[in-house]
Design a binder for this molecule. Structure first.
Ligand code: IPT
Length: 960
């Protein structure tokens, strides 16, 4: 049976060979972006092609914006699956129900366009298969959604009244090669451009610009199929194409992205070039650039915009690169397809190392034991080679691209090997990456995803098993730190390993941004919200940024963990040591500052820290600080040190903080113990200092004039995070489901006695879930000095606690009016035992509403670490309640209960209620990364063990 073009495995027909992508030459261009006529058909069968003929009247059709996805413009709906193909796996066939979008656009040539000469029509990205006609003449068809495709059209152009017709099928044989974990979003989602190709213009060119770090020279050679001259005015270079020239230069690196403006001039065209000199190599088992090993502090970046899907505008691309730079990220893996080419221009300009990945993933075949995998089937090899060529040819002139990646999650096979061989031959000057083949026979690095810390350490030590050839390779984690929901945890510990073992050259967090689609009812939608038959829920929201690109706590944590300057402080000698962790740069672009703070930022004492600007990579300096101020009245003194950019850059403004640290100079002063007051009973009430208790239950009812909406009581439950829940394929030790099964969310509090004595009130309880013989014996001991009320909690586990606890602490309810928080402790954002590097001890205040971290799927969030005291007040300076912890505690507050938080599927489900719910936790379990990676490290577990902790309650804001 002969298959229609969209089901045929061929990559396409009628198009031009791939070539370099560039913008800004003096040849004429015409953008065909904008409003196009559009008609959607439910299937591909039986459609005639009359719409492409001259004179077709599309006046009754709808319109869509190109670039764009029709499913985000009111036609059909997006579908989200991770690995699963959302159609039966029967390659290369696709379903009869195959949404097909016909697009039409008329255009006139601008004045002066030489209509009789050559021109090409370029599509930068169409998902997933297109057939194209110009003025009624079929040009051909193509697949390869995130790759450019060009047709020669000069002979068909007219000065006026041109009609371009494009038929796009959502599903094609190409869909089998595009099973990336993301929304399926059909449409013409990148630019459509008409490019004049003047007589005597180069069809393609290849810039080779290497750097000899010993000689300090760069060698430039531009190969071009049409001869011409290459000039670099700043270097005095003027050579013929194909000829090498060696001159002293400054090298390009992601840290110092030095570009030289150049020009390639042929008889027909002048093409501006930006040349960056750098040499990528595998040297003694390490990935080096310009002779130095790299440490990737990377992210995986999908192209995503919450309203436009993968149709990204230039401003959004620039925002991504700037935001990455501002957060100390130095590398991007373009998961899992080449990005819009303009993104790579920005990486060249602002400085990021790029692993450029081919548009290839056949992950869904894993569910069939890889049976029928196109990556191992010769019939598909031409399609794979076409994708490799379109990637490499398009992007070969970018200094930022240092590694080619064959694709993602394609198993192993002959097609992949053929791709690798082709790429090596075409571009021997870059390295090759592919994660899916454990033999590493075709790659220059041993790459893995989600390996746990212990294994990464073994690999770092060279103690890994596996083929000998692989053991000689450098190691990268092409994905780690799965940033789904709250988390990822354990980044600091990974970074410590990367910095300790030379072979470990860093990694790439999964992933940059949550793919939540803006939705009128849900806020941000995820899988299932469009009624998909099969979907993978909120697994598509696993980024360091929220869908609107605001940073999640995970990004702030990562920024801190990977900061390029390390500070340590020795309070005995009063010295700070500063280490340069850049791979290339000195510290000349940074200004340093120290600040002493007494009980917060009220009266800071600060000054410059004289770090030598020439301090090179890996070098350290010790600097003596001025003596700290005297701690008046037992104040706690902290030292903050920071490194800021001292000149405005193309990625940030002045004073942007690149690196910082927070140290204790003096210990926290002891907390006074409030005792001495005698409980007074009257009827069913017991009064103790400001506290009013129910004599029968021992429950605290009021603090002075503040009536509690819920009495303080032990709480061990937290609403499971995505990482608590873990992924289905993870081992059984996924505690979210286990906690629920055990009933930690429905603990019963049995009262065993309320005892009043001369200096306090003791309430004995046993806290346990139904159907189990596990419990936490909990004794609440209340005392007062007349003004403050002190609660000492003693917890003793009973039974065989096989699971760690989510949290251990007290929760209480306050009136809704007390919705403004002040605290002295970690902030401003949330922190958990293995996520909170960005948390800085100081005085913070904010509305309780702002203390919530708006995870797209609501879950436990918002804890503040190391809190000495917290206040909840009626407005910024209103009256309220003050809580002092001994020892420091985890503080969270919200306007909904944990049960409401648990029930919510989207942000929009959370509605402020009549109380402020407060958690004062003695312990929190770490977060880990089990939504796709390893769980919580043992040192961040919270085991059920005997524990004692105290909170002292007092009234805040009454003239004090
Ligand atoms: C890995 C994929 O490479 C990536 O695309 C994404 O799906 C990520 O996981 C999870 O969000 S594959 C996984 C099965 C390890």
């Amino acid at each position: 049976m002969e298959l229609p073009h969209h089901e045929d495995v061929s990559p396409g027909t009628g198009g031009l060979a791939p070539r370099a992508w560039y913008a800004g030459s003096d040849a004429a261009v015409l953008s065909l972006n904008g409003s196009w006529r559009f008609r959607l058909s439910p299937g591909a069968h039986g459609l005639d092609e009359s719409f492409a003929a001259a004179g077709f009247d599309a006046a009754a059709w709808d319109e869509v914006v190109v670039p764009g996805h029709w499913v985000l413009q009111g036609h059909g709906a997006p579908v989200y699956t991770n690995q699963m193909y959302p159609f039966p796996v029967d390659p290369p066939r696709v379903p009869t129900q195959n949404p097909t979008g016909d697009h039409l656009r008329g255009f006139d040539l601008p004045g002066g366009w030489p209509a009789d000469e050559d021109a090409v029509l370029r599509f930068d990205g169409v998902e997933s298969c297109a057939r194209v006609w110009l003025n009624g003449t079929p040009l051909g068809d193509f697949k390869g959604s995130r790759l450019p495709h060009e047709f020669a059209v000069g002979h068909l152009l007219r000065p006026e009244g041109n009609v371009l017709a494009v038929r796009v099928h959502q599903w094609s044989s190409g869909s089998y090669l595009e099973d990336q974990d993301q929304w399926w979003l059909p449409g013409i989602f990148r630019d459509v451009t008409l490019l004049h190709r003047p007589e005597g213009a180069a069809r393609d060119f290849f810039t080779h610009a290497s750097y000899d770090h010993e000689a300090g020279t760069g060698t430039l050679r531009v190969d071009s199929d049409v001869p011409g001259r290459v000039t670099v005015p700043e270097l005095g270079v003027d050579v013929a194409t194909g000829q090498s020239v060696t001159v002293p230069v400054e090298p390009w690196s992601a840290e110092r992205p030095r570009l030289y403006d150049a020009e390639l001039a042929t008889a027909g065209e002048r093409i501006p070039l930006r040349v960056g000199f750098r040499t990528v190599a595998l040297t003694d088992g390490l990935i080096t650039v310009n002779g130095r090993p790299l440490l990737f502090r990377g992210v995986n970046r999908h192209e995503f915009h919450p309203e436009k899907g993968r149709a990204l505008d230039r401003a959004t691309m620039r925002a991504d690169v700037q935001l990455m730079k501002q957060n100390n990220i130095n590398a991007v893996r373009t998961s899992h397809y080449p990005p819009h080419p303009a993104f790579l221009d920005l990486c060249d300009e602002l400085g990021l190392w790029v692993i450029d990945e081919c548009d290839l993933e056949t992950h869904g075949f894993t569910m069939l034991g890889w049976r029928g995998n196109p990556a191992d089937d010769d019939r598909w090899t031409p399609a794979l080679l076409d994708r490799a060529a379109r990637t490499v040819e398009r992007d070969k002139n970018h200094p930022s691209v240092i590694i080619w990646s064959l694709g993602n999650e394609c198993g192993t096979g002959r097609g992949l090997r053929a791709m690798a061989a082709w790429i090596r031959d075409r571009d021997p000057d870059r390295l090759l990456h592919y994660e899916g083949d454990p033999s590493c026979q075709d790659t220059d690095m041993y790459s893995r995803m989600y390996a746990d810390h212990a294994e990464v350490e073994r690999i770092g030590r060279g103690e890994d098993e596996g083929p000998e050839a692989r053991r000689r390779l450098p190691f990268v984690l092409c994905e780690y730190g799965h940033a789904m929901g709250n988390g990822p945890g354990g980044l600091r510990e990974y970074q410590d390993l990367f910095e300790r073992y030379e072979r470990l050259q860093g990694g790439f967090i999964w992933e940059w941004i949550d793919h939540g689609l803006l939705h009128p009812a849900f806020g941000y939608a995820y899988g299932g919200d469009f009624g998909e038959e099969l979907h993978d829920g909120n697994f598509v929201c696993d980024g360091l940024c929220f869908p609107d690109r605001s940073p999640s706590p995970g990004l702030l944590d990562y920024k801190q963990v990977i900061q390029p300057v390390r500070f340590t402080y020795d309070p005995v000698s009063g010295t700070v040591s500063v280490t340069n962790l850049y791979d290339f740069a000195d510290l000349a672009e940074l200004a340093f500052e120290w600040t002493y703070l007494a009980d917060g930022p009220a009266h800071p004492v600060s000054g410059p820290l004289d770090v030598p600007p020439e301090l090179g990579p890996g070098e350290s300096v010790e600097l003596k600080l001025p003596d700290p101020p005297q701690a008046a009245g037992g104040a706690e003194i902290r030292l903050h040190v920071s490194a800021m950019v001292c000149e405005e850059t193309n990625w940030t403004s002045l004073d942007h903080v690149v690196a910082r640290a927070d140290f204790a100079v003096t210990p926290r002063p002891p907390v006074p113990v409030a005792t001495g007051e005698r409980p007074r009973r009257s009827g069913y009430d017991v009064a103790l200092g400001p506290g009013r208790f129910d004599a029968r239950t021992g429950e605290l009812r009021a603090l002075a004039d503040v009536t509690l909406t819920a009495a303080p009581r032990l709480e061990v439950w937290r609403v499971p995070t995505d990482n608590d829940d873990g992924a289905p394929w993870q081992p059984d030790t996924r505690y979210g489901p286990l906690w629920r099964k055990l009933g930690l969310d429905r603990m019963q509090h049995r009262l065993d006695g309320v005892e009043s004595d001369a200096d306090g009130l003791t309430v004995r309880t046993r806290v346990a879930p139904a159907a189990r013989d596990l419990a936490l014996r909990t004794v609440y001991r209340w005392t007062s000095d007349g003004t403050a009320l002190r609660l000492a909690v003693a917890v003793t586990p009973e039974g065989d606690w096989e699971v760690p606890l989510p949290r251990l602490g007290i929760r209480l309810g306050l009136p809704a009016a007390l919705g403004y928080a002040h605290w002295f402790g970690g902030g401003p954002g949330e922190a958990y035992p293995d996520t909170g590097s960005a948390s800085c001890v100081s005085r913070w205040n904010m509305d309780v509403g702002r203390m919530q971290t708006p995870y797209v799927r609501p879950q436990e969030n918002g804890a503040r670490a190391d809190v000495r005291w917290a206040e909840l007040r009626d407005g910024f300076d209103g009256a309220g309640v003050r809580i002092v912890g001994d020892p420091e505690f985890w503080f969270s507050a919200r306007r909904w209960s944990d049960a409401e938080l648990d029930a919510a599927a989207h942000r929009t489900d959370l509605k402020p209620g009549p109380a402020v719910w407060v958690h004062l936790d003695h312990g929190q379990r770490g977060i880990g990364s089990q939504s796709c990676g390893p769980g919580v490290l043992s040192q961040h577990e919270l085991h059920a063990e005997p524990a004692e902790f105290t909170f002292t309650f007092a009234m805040a804001g009454r003239g004090r």
